[in-house]
Design a protein. Sequence first.
Length: 88
Amino acid sequence: MSNRIQPIATAPQLGALLQGTRKTRKLTQAQLGARMGLSQKRVSELELAPGSLSVDQLLDICNQLGLQLSIQPRDEEQQATDSQQADW
C-alpha cells in the first residue's frame, strides 16, 4: 500500500478504503474481526455501512490495518465539490 494521503469525504469512500486496505494486507473479514473481537459479519457491515462505526472501532480498525487517521481542513474547491456529492 502506498504512503499517499487518501482524502475521505463520504461514508462509502471510507468503507471502500477500509475494504481495499484489508484486501491489500491479505486479510479476510474473519481474520480482521478476530483481531478486533468482532464477527466476520460485523466487519462486512462496517465496510458496507461505515456510518455505524464508533470512533473507538474506527481507530481500532485503522490500527489493525496499519492506517493513521488524520483530520484537516479541505481546500475551498474540494469543499464545493464534496458538498455536491456528500451523502451524509
